[in-house]
Write a protein of this length. Structure first.
Length: 497
């Protein structure tokens, strides 16, 4: 039965919980690495046998110790790909069958990355002779990790491992309306949520001092920071539907200042929930990163932009020259098209693209764009536009026209991942909350791009929700996930934005 008192916890209790949490996750990570290294060692033992070495020499694929070292190092990157697929979330770890497709997806992605690294940074002989090692790495790692995770799931289900994931937590819930009542019912009926006590806040003064299904309504939403301390809350849930988007974003910012985990149940973020993989977290909830996570990530993000930006620039240098020559020979005009866009903090910058249209008056394009904005539609690349050149149509289909924007990334005006850079005349159609997107550098790709390419009729408001969500809730893991999602979208020519 829900408890109505607002008890405190001592300062020594909270760190103990956090320590148990860290130790369990670190142990699970180490077990995954050990299982992967065991797979690498098994392959090495097989390839190092005299019979296999003799056969390898005959077919021109000699074995080298460098291959073993390469895949041994690759084993330490496995947890990164597992985390991207939520393989460290309690609800996933507890169900072995749910983990199988996620493990397969993670290892497939890792294998693709390893192939790319071998192709660009190693001699062709290394990549050719290591193809058997790669196949064995993928198959045996999948087998060994699947067995390891089966044992882990067995112990988790019997509350012998990751027990701190289902400890009795105290939750502060924002919103005591219909969505809040629905969540209160879930707390009462789903013990795996791990919520022992819940306390509600609501701006309706008539509700304050009463209870919702036995859970106390303590005060207004503006008291979230002080109430979180009073009740020693472990996490915060926002359960509001009947609210303006701008006000919801303000509440989220206030909740994040508590530095507690924040999860959102709201129809306003449905488009984000559809794009983000929420397996392994509470069903229907969007988990937001804390400011503690975001700040160090900004340094890592800029470092990643600089390193990967330079790598991409060097890789695309020769193809870029050939594309520039094709653009120049196919139609009259400059190779690059430069236009001013609005960047971080509302500052304008000159963005570069390969020219894909014949030279003509820009007013027609602006009129069409403004008509779409007035109708609440997102800005997309117009299809069947007669102004597009034949080579330009191909460049647009595979987003090759955007390659020169890597120069903007190296100049610090753009990032690899971020909100879509908008034109200056679009600003007059923005609501105040839309401008929160300017908290982040615009990007070559982003949530809008990987979603908008796949959702017909994406509205301007939904597109802005995606951009604003990214700008305010960036993590390095989200960046990696978006970049991986961008690859198949570009390769299969599904670009519509």
């Amino acid at each position: 039965m829900p408890e109505q008192s607002t008890s405190h916890i001592t300062s020594s209790e909270a760190p103990a919980s956090e320590a148990r949490f860290s130790i369990s996750k670190i142990l699970l990570t180490l077990l995954d690495i050990v299982a992967t290294l065991a797979a690498v060692q098994t392959i090495f033992s097989f390839r190092a046998s005299e019979a296999v070495i003799s056969y390898s020499r005959k077919v021109g694929a000699p074995f080298s110790v460098e291959q073993f070292a390469f895949y041994a190092l690759a084993a330490f990157s496995v947890p990164v790909f597992f985390r991207l697929n939520n393989l460290y979330k309690y609800r996933v770890v507890a169900n072995w069958l749910d983990q199988i497709p996620q493990i397969l997806k993670s290892l497939t992605t890792l294998s693709f990355v390893l192939i790319v690294i071998q192709f660009f940074f190693f001699k062709s002989q290394f990549a050719y002779s290591a193809r058997g090692f790669l196949l064995g790495f993928g198959v045996l790692t999948f087998l060994f990790v699947a067995i390891e995770r089966a044992f882990i799931a067995y112990f988790v289900q019997r509350r012998m491992f990751l027990t701190e994931e289902v400890i009795a937590k105290k939750a502060l819930v924002i919103g005591a309306g219909h969505a809040g009542e629905t969540f209160a019912l879930r707390i009462l009926n789903d013990p795996e949520l791990g919520i022992e006590r819940a306390y509600f806040l609501d701006d309706d003064a008539q509700k304050v001092g009463h209870s919702l299904l036995g859970f106390p309504i303590l005060g207004s939403v503006g008291e979230v920071q002080s109430r979180a301390i009073d009740v020693a809350a472990d996490e915060i849930y926002i359960t509001i539907n009947a609210i303006k988007r701008e006000r919801l974003l303000e509440i989220i910012e206030e909740c994040k200042k508590t530095k507690l985990p924040v999860r959102v149940f709201s129809r306003h973020f449905r488009i984000v929930q559809g794009e983000m993989d929420t397996s392994g977290v509470i069903s229907g909830a969007l988990e937001l990163p804390s400011q503690v996570t975001i700040q160090p990530g900004l340094i890592a993000k800029r470092s990643m932009d600089a390193v990967f930006g330079m790598i991409v620039f060097l890789v695309l240098l020769i193809p870029g020259i050939l594309i520039a020559l094709a653009v120049k020979l196919s139609s009259r005009g400059p190779v690059l098209y430069a236009s001013y866009r609005i960047g971080k903090g509302g500052r304008p910058f000159k963005m570069f693209k390969f020219r894909t249209m014949y030279l003509n008056d820009e007013r027609e394009h602006r009129e069409i764009a403004e008509q779409r904005l007035k109708a609440g539609e997102h800005m997309g690349k117009p299809e069947n536009d007669p102004r597009i050149t034949p080579i330009g149509r191909f460049l647009r289909k595979y987003s090759i026209d955007e390659f020169p924007q890597i120069l903007n990334v190296l100049r610090g005006e753009m990032s690899l991942v971020g909100p879509r850079p908008c034109l200056d005349y679009e600003l007059q159609y923005f609501e105040d909350w839309h401008k929160r997107r300017f908290l982040a550098l615009p990007g070559l790709t982003g949530l809008w791009q990987v979603t908008g390419r796949q959702i017909e009729g994406l509205s301007l408001h939904d597109a802005m929700i995606l951009d604003v969500f990214y700008a305010e809730n960036f993590t390095i893991w989200l960046d990696i996930k978006i970049m991986l999602k961008t690859i198949p979208v570009v390769l299969f020519g599904k670009s519509r934005i």
